[in-house]
Design a protein around this ligand. Structure first.
Ligand code: G1P
Length: 301
């Protein structure tokens, strides 16, 4: 088992984002904003905070906006510079810190999350790495969720999977794990299943979109057959490794997760980040109160 620190982070961003149509007809769902930053930026920041210096985006032919976002915008920079808009210029001048590089890999076919991760194999090579699903936005005042997990992975050499408890009726939306029991925030996984029906779920501990994986996952993915939804599932490859005795720990991270793959999750994240923003806190509260009052009056009419 390797116990080195993760340096590479994989972002599967080739999904169609059909839940947010019509917005996602032209805008990738990863580019939907929470306050002033697109979802992908929050995930990237979390990866950099965890110590990653190589960002691997698994993308497709419709997602040029993601690559453009991390590229230089010469014309815009030039215009802002000439107008003396230094604050705005700073916001776009360096999309990534100088020690961080972005790599784009095309996923030609939408064969599932497991397949997307396998596309990163030539870039990741033989070292532990992270996978972040940008739909899952994790808010925390302290260290980011991935940093917490990377610390645990570095100490143990285990694969580490973020989890949170969900109501039993929700198990069919998640990968679900069963563990040997928990010590502090982590427990060793002994079973893992993708999107089980509530009556079949081995627990109510759901996988959240943050993983620290050991490079052995690529071999496991190569022999993984299509599973839930007819797709090659990352969950199935991890389950196969677990069955062979490779340690993977479920990790109850510190922080609040917003499922920005759903309408209400995106709205809730927006509310949270607005209320946590110095400039927007007051106006956001007032706006919410006004909306409640006005709708309340309307429904009493
Ligand atoms: C994916 C994973 C699932 C996990 C979820 C977390 O599912 O396959 O195991 O629980 O992300 O967001 P998706 O939401 O892409 O269907």
């Amino acid at each position: 088992m390797t116990t080195s620190r993760i340096r590479k982070a994989v972002f599967p961003v080739a999904g169609l984002g059909t839940r947010f149509l019509p917005a996602t007809k032209t805008v990738p769902k990863e580019m939907l904003p929470i306050v002033d930053r697109p979802l992908i930026q929050y995930a990237v920041d979390e990866a950099i905070d965890a110590g990653c210096d190589t960002l691997v985006f698994i993308t497709n032919r419709y997602k040029h906006a993601v690559a453009d976002y991390f590229d230089k915008a010469y014309e815009l920079e030039d215009r802002l510079e000439r107008r003396g808009k230094t604050e705005l210029l700073e916001l776009i001048r360096n999309p990534l810190p100088s020690h961080v590089r972005a790599v784009f890999v095309t996923q030609h076919e939408a064969l599932g999350l497991g397949h997307a991760v396998l596309c990163a194999k030539p870039v990741v090579g033989d070292e532990p790495f992270a996978v972040l699903l940008p739909d899952d936005l994790i808010w925390n005042r302290g260290p980011g969720a991935l940093r917490q997990m990377a610390d645990h992975a570095e100490q143990t050499g285990a694969g580490v999977i973020a989890v949170q408890d969900v109501p039993r009726e929700m198990t069919s939306s998640y990968g679900i794990v069963a563990t040997d029991g928990f010590e502090n925030r982590h427990g060793r996984i002994n079973a893992m299943v993708e999107k089980p029906r509530p009556e079949d779920a081995p627990s109510t501990l759901a996988v959240v979109g943050r993983y620290v994986l050991q490079p052995g996952i690529f071999d496991a993915l190569e022999s993984t057959q299509r599973g839930s939804g007819g797709e090659i599932q990352l969950t199935d490859a991890i389950a196969a490794m677990v069955a062979q005795g490779t340690r993977h720990d479920a990790y109850r991270f510190q922080g609040t997760r917003f499922d920005c793959g759903t309408h209400i999750g995106l709205i809730e994240a927006t509310i949270r980040f607005a209320l946590d923003n110095e400039k927007l806190n007051g106006p956001a509260r007032e706006a919410m109160q006004r909306a409640l009052d006005e709708l309340g009056v309307a429904s009493n009419d």
